[in-house]
Ligand binder design. Structure first.
Ligand code: NI
Length: 175
């Protein structure tokens, strides 16, 4: 595995429509491993292949499962991380219900924005071996996946943001 350079605006690859993946061979496996390592090192909770300069339809997402039991809020042991690697992801269903939330992006350093996203989505994709997968996602998780899939279509969160600002501290949960 190797770290790859995260490209930032105004790099043209961020504005390209990424190609569907048809070859699930060694190059794809290396790309995915490198993307996971690069996302973790950044750190970020999601990364799309165009963000490392590769115009192919691949995303990786990793985050801590949110603890639903409020009694465990003081728990020192973090919940296990869940890693998704999706190839050729497609949103096949999206709730009418929308929600506005703050986002940041590793390719647009130091900027946050309020973006309206579908509250729940269904994503069909292939895993890294080419097998079909279907995910039903909601809330914050659905937001991350919508942000990453936008990257595959050359869309950045600042295109959709109703308000953009520069936070004083670090941007958390970059994607
Ligand atoms: Ni992003």
């Amino acid at each position: 595995m190797a770290l790859r350079e995260i490209v930032t605006v105004p790099h043209e690859v961020l504005r390209r429509k990424a190609r569907p993946v048809t070859d699930f061979g060694e190059n794809l496996q290396t790309l995915i491993d490198d993307m996971v390592e690069t996302m973790r090192q950044a750190p970020g909770v999601g990364l799309a292949a165009p963000q490392v300069g590769v115009a192919e339809r691949v995303i990786v997402v990793e985050y801590y499962e949110h603890e639903e039991d409020e009694e465990n809020e003081d728990e020192q042991t973090p919940a296990p991380k869940r890693l998704y690697t999706l190839v050729n992801p497609e949103i096949t269903r999206a709730s009418k219900e929308m929600e506005v939330g703050a986002e940041g992006c590793l390719s647009i350093p130091g900027v946050m924005g309020d973006v309206e996203r579908h509250l729940a989505i269904t994503v069909k994709a292939q895993n890294r071996r080419g097998q079909p997968v279907t995910l039903r996602l909601k809330d914050w998780t659905a937001r991350i996946f919508q942000h990453e899939i936008d990257h595959l279509n050359g869309v950045l969160f600042t295109d959709r943001a109703s308000k953009v600002w520069k936070p004083e501290g670090a941007v958390e949960d970059n994607v």
